[in-house]
Write a protein of this length. Structure first.
Length: 150
């Protein structure tokens, strides 16, 4: 009887963990077929696993401020896309593009951001796999091997 109770407890725990993992990765509440671009001021940037977040203060039509939250990927991927933990600071004026919440709540899944400097960052590395220095003005690539070899 003790073994049966232990087995039943282990099965319930395993089922609970499975449901939790599934719920964690569900984007059912997000409209991935649409994007919105929101201009606002960074209130907080959370650099954390498993997901980073950017929280914006966005002026509304009533003269107040709405808080928008955009969920991002993990710092591991953000670093590969050119991010640092210090990329965003409270008070930075930015434009965030994201997939909005289906229910209209202010927030969604992060797609890209335009920083105060004008630089645009996404959450995935890319750039066509380019390595080495950028092309020189006029489009000519610099001569010699790329830094780090290869």
């Amino acid at each position: 009887m003790k073994r049966f109770i232990l087995l039943l407890g282990l099965m319930a725990t395993a089922l609970g963990m499975t449901v939790g993992v599934y719920a964690h990765h569900s984007a059912a509440g997000v409209d991935t077929g649409k994007t919105v671009t929101i201009e606002g001021t960074v209130k907080q940037f959370k650099w954390a696993n498993p997901h980073s977040w950017v929280e914006l203060e966005v002026p509304n039509s009533k003269g107040g401020v709405d808080i928008w939250n955009f969920e991002m990927t993990s710092p591991t991927y953000l670093v590969q896309a050119g991010w640092k933990a210090t990329t965003l600071k409270p008070g930075d004026k930015v434009k965030v593009t994201g997939n909005p919440m289906k229910n209209g709540d202010p927030g969604g899944l992060f797609v890209s951001i335009v920083l105060p400097s004008g630089q645009t960052l996404s959450q995935r590395g890319g750039g066509g796999g380019r390595r080495g220095p950028a092309p020189a003005p006029g489009g000519a690539a610099p001569r010699g091997p790329a830094p780090g070899g290869n």
